[in-house]
Design a protein around this ligand. Structure first.
Ligand code: ZN
Length: 238
């Protein structure tokens, strides 16, 4: 399988996983950069025929360049890039280390961003995904221009996650599995942060030293990706 074909499949599966976890509906999108190129595989803009990401297979993914211009529009060539394609393209420009960008409006992480509530490493498995509480980009508008995409990429900096305050989050990673599982891990920690805040009790935060130990103990993303694929009804998780 070519890299691009494999990435079409992975990006489609990311959408299916995110939908199964309730992190996206018809909005929200994952993308992947085809290594060594300026080509980006991304979910198309929603339309009467592009509905829940749960129902979109690899053949429905589209290809854009780093200016967000459509290169391949899917079957019939009629699908269009998401309005917020610049979230993806400008992060790829700013971060050569990033191969996948996931953007969601996932409820708990978004609400934590609205409240300015720190998302902290309080649960042992997802803690391994969090180096620091995610930075916040205080802007709820659609990221529908390259300028806004650059501003968001600047707020993200070298981090794994960023709040789009009042809007959603981005999760980035070297690969599709990492960025997608990362979004799920962030949501678990955000749920914990919100619940802890409602009790008024300060949670016990896992220390950087303990996180380093945990990183050597817990499995990588592959097992969690396979589990989430199973939840999404995907037969072959490889
Ligand atoms: Zn959005």
């Amino acid at each position: 399988m070519t890299a691009e074909r494999e990435l079409r499949q992975l990006v489609a599966r990311a959408g299916q996983v995110l939908a199964a976890l309730g992190l996206v509906d018809y909005l929200g999108h994952a993308s992947a950069r085809v290594p060594g190129t300026d080509r980006v595989v991304v979910k198309p803009k929603h339309s009467p025929t592009v509905r829940s990401t749960a129902g979109l297979g690899p053949e429905r993914m589209i290809i854009v360049d780093l200016d967000g211009r459509l290169l391949e529009g899917g079957p019939g060539g009629t699908d269009r890039p998401p309005a917020e394609v610049f979230i993806h393209t400008e992060i790829y420009r700013a971060r050569p280390d990033v191969g996948c960008v996931v953007h969601t409006h996932q409820r708990s992480a978004t609400l934590a961003g609205v409240l300015g509530l720190p998302i902290e490493p309080v649960l042992h498995v997802p803690a391994t995904f969090l180096d620091r509480t995610p930075p916040t980009w205080p802007n709820p508008v659609l990221v529908d221009t390259p300028e806004l995409g650059r501003a968001l990429a600047g707020a993200l900096g070298g981090e794994r996650f960023c709040h789009l305050q009042g809007h959603g989050i981005v999760s980035v990673g070297e690969g599709v599995r990492e960025a997608t599982v990362g979004a799920a891990m962030l949501e678990q920690l955000a749920e914990a942060a919100l619940t802890a805040a409602s009790t008024g009790t300060r949670p016990r935060v896992i220390s950087p030293h303990e996180i380093a130990t945990l990183r050597g103990q817990v499995a990588g993303v592959e097992g969690r990706w396979a589990y989430f694929c199973q939840l999404a009804g995907i037969e072959e998780a490889a």
